[in-house]
Design a protein around this ligand. Sequence first.
Ligand code: MN
Length: 500
Amino acid sequence: MTDLKKFEVWFVTGSQDLYGEETLKQVAAHSEEIAAFLNNASQIPVRVVFKPTVKSTEEIFAICQEANVAPNVIGIITWMHTFSPAKMWITGLRALQKPIAHLHTQYNRDIPWATIDMDFMNLNQSAHGDRETGFMMSRMKINRKVVVGHWQDPEVLDQLNGWARAAAGWNDWQGARFVRFGDNMRYVAVTDGDKVEAELKFGFSVNTHGIGDLVAVINQISDAEVDQLTAEYEARYAVVDVLRKGGARYSSLRDAAKIELGLKAFLEAGNYKGFSDTFEDLHGMKQLPGIAAQRLMNQGYGFAGEGDWKTAALVRAMKVMGSGLKGGNAFMEDYTYHFDPSNPLVLGSHMLEICESIADGQAKCEIHPLGIGGKEDPVRLVFNVAAGPAINASMVDMGNRFRLIVNEVEAVAPENDLPKLPVARVLWKPYPDMKTGCAAWILAGGAHHTCYSQNLTSEHMEAFSDMAGVEYVKIGKNTDLYSLKNELRWSDVYYQINKA
Ligand code: MN
């Protein structure tokens, strides 16, 4: 979806004038070589740009200011080849508004046993130079990713990859616009939240349009455009006969296509990156958008149902983070359980709107009644989802802060046909196990709405939460409820003391 190569991270090496010209020349040459290696590494999704060594308060401040205003720069990688006294970093770090990865590396991998002398020691000092920087960032309470290892180590590249992807998602939120058609589903708590605080904290805005504004755009879509899109549906999906051209319900497929075209036109005109709707406010629409939401998500738009703008925004950010990776990211809901003790499972789905990006094989295009909403039967894509590791992520508003909750899960292939289930679905086992995973989620206040990701890990989400400065709760293989309950209590105190 997003070409991450349009983004840059700057490779900034710190030092000081004390070392003299010869050493600084070597520092610059080594840094340039490392930056070029990272830039060319297939694991790194963004461009890595070498910057001249910074050696003073003024130079560090200048590079931070420059990074702040450069629109394509999504973060900086810092490294101290030598020692860089960290009081020089205070002014710059205080000004810096972009994410930091602190690469704790060393130019040489191995100690040259036979030749090592004091000149070598003075040049290759990151083992203590980076500790000085680390102290300052910790004292200033700056969230950052610390990556340790030789710069050619595949694990180092993986970690920088994850951090850069999180930074791309974070960058995408800055100035992003999301639109809600109608308000929150009546009386529902977890999908609601403080949109002002979200804009302050996350950088995206959420604004509402009455459904009539959307209907007016839908009504302007021409028959020719609808012809074209329904033909695309018939070519791309296994469309049931009644919905095909000449079928008894072909007009419903046309209505669905018209809704998709209208929604897309509205989103493009308003420069929106995602949307939410609600089945309780569909005045003038024939169907709840089903296939439209599924396909627009697949094109990169964030979406969540029932007015859930937090999940819509999260789906968008995670789609950006996963750009170019195999697998997809979709709006999801924990729907129903299989409590068989030998094989407990969660069935995830929604009334309609699971993103096509996670479909296993060709989706079926079907029409079925929807029990709620009082509208005509909506057209939807029906599919299974492949087995494999995945995560569910949920952003909730705890009143004085946002909390990002992530559960690592293992999706399993359905063992049985589900011939009467008229929606896309996925089956998974939560980690560490069904009972602990679900109890942890409920104790943490995680929503029933999530973003389900096949191509991101909890490590991406942890980096993302650090960039956003929000509480992060990971439920994974090592979660135990006693520790989790304490973590939640202690975090409560932490966020009372450390207000935004
Ligand atoms: Mn829902």
